[in-house]
Structure formats: structure tokens, C-alpha cells
Design a protein around this ligand. Structure first.
Ligand code: SF4
Length: 305
């Protein structure tokens, strides 16, 4: 079947953020020098996992009791101080690749607790970053959907932060629901959604005005890639998520004029390039060449948290 020609448009901001890039560089550096175990998935991306596996890194569990190497690596998603201390006290050499913006969310939440607030995290229950955020505060609440907000017990003062990769419009919506649920409470909100997530979400909104179909390149268990697909659909575009070119179905583009491409914050540039090259092989023509990613142009290590 000959596919009709379509244009390929890349989002202004897409793909790997500085937090993931720095974590990956550090984990590869450690694993190439001595045996090391990553405590969980460094990031939710299969290509990154393969790359780390090639560098010799093993995978373990943050909540586990032991690892088969003397070196362990805390992932970009972070960990509670309790877990970090537990591994150190057990004699392991701990390399911490927590993203500075996740660390900042921890600091902000701790300050809110010190100020007497009941801690609340707007985020996905069970997500590793959220587990890390709440791990030092047994009384913390995690809310995202209506029933979770309804179940939030009254407090005179709530201190609210967000999982760094939640879309800000969703966070604001949940915040409004909390305020409506507890009109007599003071709700102190600190916006901890990271700016690379905001930049990718914003760029997607712009992209959706120009395309019919949005292809999101990202891991199957990546929260922010899933959020990008949902947002594209809410903005009136058909959208699918793929990790590799082999998952692409040519019929998706049979009545498509322009295909937009974006990628989650844990997606490697080479994965995006592989997808674009495959789209070209299906008759697509690249309208705009990938531009340097402004959010990736600096290192989070320079940020004060
Ligand atoms: S998505 Fe945001 S918080 Fe997560 S690693 Fe990237 S910059 Fe850091």
C-alpha cells in the first residue's frame, strides 16, 4: 500500500530533560567503574534501561533489604530520607541521582510540615516519586481523583505540593476540589510541577493547533508520556504512544495531513530520531528539523533547592 504523503512536525520542547540526562550520565559513570545496582528503574524508559544494562548496571528494589553489589544508585525519582539512610546504614555506597527538582519538592513539603500543615501530595498513588515524597511523613495524603479528594480528612491547614510530572491544569483542578471539599481550611499550595514538564505540555498545546495526529515517543510506564497522549486527545488530536518504530501502524496516517511528534522527559533523542526516520519511510516529510531543547541546555545541578 502506498501511503499518502504527510508532514512531520516536531514540538518546540520534547524529550529528555536535564534531570534524566544528568541521572543517566552519573549512573553510567558509576556502573562503568564498578558493579552497581540501581534501586528501581532509573527512569521509566525501556531504551534507557537497555543502555544502563549494557553499562553493567543491575536492577534492584528501593524498598528491598539488600543488593548484590556494594554500590547502589538512587534514581532520578528520588527516595525518602528514611530509605536513603537505611541503605547507607546497611553499609552500601549510595550514589544519589535524584533530580534537583524532585529534591526541591521534598524540601518544600518538609517546610510545610514544619509550619504545621497537614501534608498533601497531588499525584499518582504508588508512583515511586510520590512514595519518596510521602515516605518521611506517615500522615501524608495522596490525592488525584474525586474519591481521593472526598476521602481527605479535615485539617485546619493543608500544605499541598504536586508530583513534578503532573500537568499543571490537572493539579489546579484538584486543588480547587480540595478547597471546595474543605472551605473552612487554609490550603497552602506550592507549585512543584517541574518546568521541563510544563514546557513540554505547553509546546504540545501549540503543536495540537497545527497537526491532526500526535505521536508520543515514550516508555509504556512513563507517567509524563501518558499525560502527553491524554492532553493531545483533549486538544482534539488523535494520539498514540510508541517506544519503537516497529509499534507504528501505517494506517494511523491514512487520512492525516500533519503528524506531530513529541516525547516524554525520559525519552532519548535517538529514539525520537528513529521514529521520525520511520515516518519518513512511510511517506512523511519533516517540516521542521529538531531544534536544540532549551530545557536541556543547562544542568539542574546549578539550581538552588
Ligand atoms: S521530569 Fe522534571 S522532575 Fe523529573 S527528572 Fe525531569 S526535570 Fe526532574
Amino acid at each position: 500500500m502506498t501511503n499518502p504523503r504527510f508532514q512531520i512536525l516536531l514540538a518546540q520542547h520534547y524529550g529528555m530533560c536535564f534531570g534524566v540526562r544528568d541521572a543517566l550520565t552519573e549512573a553510567e559513570r558509576v556502573a562503568s567503574r564498578r558493579p552497581a545496582t540501581i534501586l528501581g528503574e532509573l527512569v521509566h524508559n525501556e531504551a534507557v534501561r537497555e543502555r544502563l544494562s549494557k553499562a553493567g548496571a543491575l536492577e534492584g528494589q528501593l524498598e528491598g533489604e539488600s543488593a548484590s553489589t556494594a554500590d547502589v544508585i538512587v534514581t532520578a525519582h528520588g527516595a525518602s530520607d528514611r530509605d536513603r539512610r537505611r541503605w547507607k546504614n546497611a553499609g552500601y555506597r549510595v550514589t544519589d541521582t535524584t533530580c534537583p527538582l524532585v529534591r526541591k519538592a521534598h524540601v518544600v513539603l518538609a517546610r510545610l510540615v514544619l509550619e504545621g500543615c497537614t501534608p498533601v501530595v497531588i499525584g499518582k498513588r504508588g508512583h515511586v516519586e510520590v512514595r519518596g515524597l510521602t515516605g518521611d511523613f506517615p500522615g501524608a495524603h495522596v490525592v488525584l481523583n474525586e474519591p481521593e479528594v472526598e476521602a481527605l480528612p479535615f485539617s485546619r491547614r493543608f500544605g499541598v505540593v504536586a508530583q513534578t510530572t503532573q500537568p499543571i491544569d490537572r493539579v489546579e483542578d484538584v486543588l480547587e476540589k480540595i478547597r471546595r471539599r474543605h472551605p473552612d481550611a487554609e490550603v497552602v499550595f506550592k507549585d512543584t510541577v517541574c518546568h521541563p514538564t510544563k514546557a513540554r505540555q505547553k509546546a504540545l498545546e501549540t503543536l495540537c493547533q497545527e497537526v491532526d495526529f500526535v505521536l508520543v515517543v515514550g516508555g509504556h510506564n512513563s507517567n509524563n508520556s501518558r499525560q502527553l497522549v491524554e492532553k493531545a486527545r483533549r486538544n482534539g488530536c488523535r494520539s498514540e504512544r510508541v517506544t519503537r518504530s516497529g509499534e507504528i501502524r501505517a494506517e494511523w496516517f491514512s487520512d492525516t495531513r500533519v503528524v506531530g511528534v513529541t516525547a516524554g522527559t525520559s525519552t532519548l533523542e535517538e529514539s525520537v530520531e528513529e521514529i521520525v526516520v520511520h515516518l519518513e519511510s512511510l511517506g512523511g516529510r519533516r517540516k521542521v528539523l529538531p531544534r536544540p531543547n532549551a530545557a536541556a541546555a543547562f544542568s539542574g545541578k546549578k539550581l538552588a533547592v
